[in-house]
Design a protein. Structure first.
Length: 257
């Protein structure tokens, strides 16, 4: 009995050490970066990462709540596990930001400062990813400073719809029909958000001229929450890991070219 117990310990110990080492590689921290926000930038970096990805949440932006159900926030570790250093872009202060705030010069400058800060940390390629309203931030930044990054990802983006007051913030207006940076458009076939129609996403993609463009459509998954919210097709409920792994593979494929 003693021998079997000792043998078991000898087998388990190396496994525990490997598990500990894999977690130890990832450094999770909050850092206040001058000129970006009164709130800290949340980041998870890993020595084995192959790309950097800056996440821009939808809704009213990100005010530091790591328990947020926003797809990008709740899946931050999935991005790390798939091979990315993660940087979550915060609001300037602890209040919600509006659609219009995302088109302001100050917003663009603050994103640029985060991009430059990441460049000082490592020389890995940088991608910007936004979901829903976050695509307004990503699209507007890429239109102005596309030469500073390697690509952008639109998850459940804002597109032209019958809601006229939101069309100013649609990708067709923010980006237009030409952009100088690779683009990945990611959408759920049954997204029911009224300003994120799948057919509008496809039309935008078809009309867009870019150095490289790709479209990923997903189907299935859950829909336990509001159709406009994160726990529905709009937030890729039930498909999270697949969406992250496939979209990050796209980013890595550009980086290896």
């Amino acid at each position: 009995m003693f021998f079997r117990s000792r043998k078991c310990r000898l087998l388990i110990f190396p496994l525990l050490m490997l598990l500990y080492a894999s977690h130890a590689l990832a450094a999770e921290q909050k850092i206040v970066v001058a000129g970006i926000s009164e709130l800290p930038v949340y980041q998870i970096t890993n020595a084995a990462s192959r790309v950097n990805i800056l996440l821009l949440a939808g809704g009213g932006g990100w005010r530091g709540n790591l328990n947020s159900q926003n797809f990008l926030i709740r899946q931050r570790r999935s991005f790390v596990n798939a091979g990315a250093n993660v940087f979550i872009f915060p609001n300037p202060v602890k209040r919600k930001i509006s659609f219009a705030d995302r088109l302001s010069d100050d917003h663009v400058i603050r994103i640029l400062r985060l991009v430059e800060s990441v460049k000082r940390e490592n020389d890995l390629p940088i991608f910007l990813a936004g979901i829903s309203r976050g695509t307004v931030s990503v699209g507007h930044f890429a239109k102005n400073h596309g030469d500073r990054i390697q690509g952008i990802i639109f998850y459940s983006g804002i597109y032209l719809s019958e809601i006229e007051k939101r069309n100013r913030f649609a990708m067709e207006r923010v980006v237009g029909d030409r952009i100088e940076v690779p683009v990945l458009v990611v959408h759920h076939r049954n997204d029911r958000c009224r300003i994120c129609r799948p057919e509008s996403a496809e039309a935008f993609f078809q009309n867009l001229d870019a150095p490289q463009k790709d479209y990923m459509e997903f189907s299935g998954g859950g829909m336990t929450g509001d159709p406009h919210g994160p726990l529905h097709h709009h937030g890729f409920e039930g498909l999270e890991k697949e969406v992250v792994s496939r979209t990050l593979a796209w980013a890595e494929s550009l980086s290896s070219d």
